[in-house]
Ligand binder design. Structure first.
Ligand SMILES: Cc1cc2nc3c(=O)[nH]c(=O)nc-3n(C[C@H](O)[C@H](O)[C@H](O)COP(=O)(O)OP(=O)(O)OC[C@H]3O[C@@H](n4cnc5c(N)ncnc54)[C@H](O)[C@@H]3O)c2cc1C
Length: 393
């Protein structure tokens, strides 16, 4: 029999994070969002309950959990607020995970304890102004190995280029960014792509100002420029030329995490509307009396439920070591649609109050759109699903 019952451990984690989101995040997040301020104290409190180490082994300071546990935490955070949820998602799935998966023993020991503790954040820089979906075709950032310099004369990577929209790249606790760069190959033919780790503060790395964003306003997103930015040769992550394959693997997992986050937002819309339709009256009845409103809530719940099953399914397959590309793309597509649709309907149910920033549904509305864009747009998810289906080209 197929079962999506959570284990007691997963259920306990879900409840712990749900309490944390309700009691710690909810009362203060609106202020951070309004001021577009990174919530350092909330991040420190998330770190204290171990969220940044969730899917990593204890030997690196992690919590010995899995992607299902990580997704549950993201879902419960996003049910209240997406800025803190994306900060966690990007720190773990994009920042620390590549080091855990592809790093040498030395690299893991150097970076993971600080990242698992949440005292440091890492970022992953793929996107460039010339194209986010079209990687590596739209990439221009290069890294060339200059022999002779650096530690013990092993040489140095010299990175040049610009990365756009990089989450967690400019906080005061950001410790490094891993960038995808062209490290060789023929400009007319296939290019060699590798991942290079650049510690924060490396000369030649310029961190741009925080973007002015429509949503995720309490998260950190910046442009990074590299001008003859030199790092030691051993800052190559994994094998030379494996950067593109690494990026595909990281994004498969990241999409499941984003799907969980999107389901949290969709659920948050249901939560808020359930409460509001019991309080607000019009034409002599509570809003919940009217079938037009009841049907909206029924559809919101149905969308949330089916999207949740899709991310559980993808996560369960990943944990079981099965291929997930198609299921991860389906989960991300369904869940980001559900988040967008629910946010639009929730705002409608709240009427004018839904357009006021002080109400969480306004934040949900502003935060939902990017879920159809980040870590692969909805069109990219459809391209993946069609390719996996074997639709003839
Ligand atoms: C808040 C925020 C945080 C982000 N954080 C990170 C981060 O931490 N690291 C990182 O590397 N990136 C990050 N990104 C970038 C994000 O992943 C990209 O914006 C996304 O992948 C889309 O790339 P693009 O913006 O270049 O759009 P484009 O690739 O230019 O796409 C534009 C439009 O064209 C469509 N399109 C493109 N190609 C095709 C095609 N072949 N067929 C049909 N339609 C197509 C797209 O779906 C989209 O609708 C972030 C973005 C945002 C907004």
């Amino acid at each position: 029999m197929i079962s999506y019952e959570l284990s007691d451990e997963h259920q306990d984690l879900r409840e712990t994070v749900a309490d944390f989101a309700r009691e710690v995040v909810r009362p203060v997040i609106g202020g951070y969002y309004e001021r577009a301020e990174f919530p350092y104290d909330l991040v420190a409190r998330m770190a204290k309950i171990g969220l940044f180490g969730l899917p990593f082994p204890a030997e690196f300071g992690g919590m010995d959990g899995d992607l299902l546990a990580f997704g549950l935490a993201l879902e419960e955070l996003a049910r209240v607020d997406s800025s803190v949820a994306i900060t966690l998602e990007a720190a773990v799935a994009l920042g620390a995970m590549p080091i855990y998966k592809f790093g040498t023993d030395d690299q893991r020991r150097r970076w993971l304890p600080g990242l698992c503790s949440g005292e440091q954040l890492a970022a992953f820089g793929l996107t460039e102004a010339g194209g986010g979906s079209d990687i590596p075709g739209g990439m221009r950032t290069t890294a060339r190995l200059e022999p002779g310099g650096g530690d013990a004369g092993a040489g140095q990577w010299v990175v040049d280029g610009t990365k756009s929209f990089i989450t967690n790249s400019g906080t005061s606790i950001t410790s490094l960014v891993t960038v995808l760069a062209i490290t060789g190959g023929d400009p007319g033919g296939p290019r060699e792509i590798s991942s290079i780790m650049v510690p924060a503060g490396t000369p030649g790395l310029t961190v741009g100002p925080e973007y002015s964003k429509v949503g995720w306003c309490a998260s950190d997103t910046r442009e990074l420029s590299f001008a003859s930015c030199r790092v030691p040769a051993d800052h190559l992550l994994g094998a030379r030329g494996r950067g593109y394959a690494q990026f595909l693997e990281i994004l498969d997992e990241g999409r499941i995490a984003i799907a969980a986050l999107a389901v949290g937002l969709a659920q948050g819309c249901v939560d808020e509307c359930l409460r509001y339709t019991g309080e607000r009256a019009a034409f002599g009845h509570r809003l919940g009396h009217y079938q037009a409103i009841r049907f909206k809530l029924a559809d919101m719940e149905a969308r949330t439920h089916s999207a949740r099953l899709a991310w559980y399914d993808a996560a369960a397959r990943l944990v079981a070591g099965q291929p997930v590309k198609r299921r991860a793309a389906i989960a991300k597509l369904l869940a980001s649609n559900a988040a967008m649709d629910n946010a639009r309907e929730a705002t409608q149910i709240f009427g004018g109050y839904g357009f006021m920033n002080e109400f969480p549904v306004a934040r949900f509305y502003r935060d939902a759109k990017v879920l159809e864009i980040g870590e692969g747009t909805s069109e990219v998810q459809r391209m993946i699903i069609a390719r996996e289906l074997g639709v003839p080209d």
